[in-house]
Design a protein around this ligand. Structure first.
Ligand code: MTE
Length: 309
């Protein structure tokens, strides 16, 4: 992003070992209960009443998960502050109830959904995804959500629709002014938006999404840099023309429309060949499409990914 490059953050600065261990204990206890048949089949772990049953997904990675503490206190959510610890401290600036999402533009069935309706559109799934930030750090996060494709299908996109734009909530009275051209917007090509990996997340770690992670509804696109995953979405707009996104406006030479994770295409100010997994000391090699190449590379066949960065 346009601010400091957090290459030198020590895992100990962002992880509370006690909390991490408590969570691991809770998860393994719940996992054991599921195996013993105490929890319903397909339940990943005990889920709070607010989210109901959560199915496991074959699309999850088995890599170690980043601690709940790190996932919820080391955030990029510029509307709530530009330092990593700001969003968790400024959650009072966003009221998430009531909340509606408009699905509009080139669709035959435009509709405004209440967040409660979205929670009931499809069985909730846990998707444990690798997430790679353009700044050079990565996490593994157990999201809870529904495929974006489910919502798009209900809206019945018109034949001319080629892109999907996601607009985040913005309130200038309570949120950051300047920095970006608000509201934050991001966009995908329609086939990327319909891809089975693309998730509308309503929770993480089996709980409702914390505000700093984009409550009540955020996008998750695990093969792209994290900034494509817009938070606190209020509108989903289908368009014929490629939308210009907030980061493209802020730094067109640094943030392209596609923003696929690509170790071979450097950010103009730093290499993208390696990354620091939050909670680990040594760096890892960054994988093409963040390790999701088998599932998504075909979306870009024939494209020059250096030019279409
Ligand atoms: N969405 C909004 N509305 N505002 C933001 O500042 N930051 C993006 C993305 N979505 C951002 C946003 C960036 S740069 C990243 S890396 C991810 O959210 C971070 O998500 P996380 O805090 O849940 O890890």
């Amino acid at each position: 992003m346009l601010i400091r490059h957090p290459d030198d953050i020590l895992p100990s600065e962002i992880t509370t070992p006690r909390l991490y261990q408590e969570r691991r204990r809770f998860m393994s206890l719940a996992g054991g209960m599921a195996l013993a048949g105490i929890l319903p089949a397909g339940t990943a772990h005990a889920s709070p009443a607010s989210l109901g049953p959560i199915l496991k997904s074959p699309l999850s990675t088995s890599e170690g998960q980043t601690s709940f503490k790190a996932v919820t206190t080391y955030n990029n959510y510029y509307e709530l502050g530009t330092d990593k610890e700001d969003p968790a401290q400024n959650t009072h600036r966003l009221k998430t109830s009531p909340w509606t999402v408009r699905v509009e533009g080139l669709v035959n069935k435009p509709r405004t959904f209440g967040i409660e309706e979205i929670l009931k559109l499809a069985p909730l799934e846990e998707r444990i995804y690798r997430m790679r930030c353009v700044e050079g750090w990565s996490m593994v996060i157990p999201w809870v959500g529904i495929p974006l494709a489910t919502l798009l299908k209900l809206a019945d996109p018109q034949g001319s629709a080629r892109f999907v734009e996601f607009v985040s909530h913005y309130d200038k009275a309570t949120m950051t002014r300047g920095v970006l051209d608000w509201p934050y917007n991001e966009a995908l090509r329609l086939d990327e938006a319909r891809h089975p990996l693309t998730l509308l997340a309503v929770g993480l770690y089996g709980e409702l999404l914390p505000i700093q992670n984009g409550a009540p509804l955020r996008l998750v696109v695990p093969w792209k840099y994290g900034f494509k995953s817009g938070k606190s979405i209020v509108a989903i707009r289908l368009t014929e023309k490629q939308p210009v996104t907030a980061w493209m406006k802020a730094g067109p030479s640094e943030y392209g429309f596609y923003s696929n994770v690509n170790p071979e295409v450097d950010h103009p100010r730093w290499s993208q060949a390696t990354e620091r997994r939050i909670g680990e000391f040594s760096k890892r090699k960054t994988l093409m499409f963040n390790g999701y190449a088998d599932q998504v590379a075909s979306l870009y066949s024939g494209m020059d990914l250096r030019r279409n960065f």
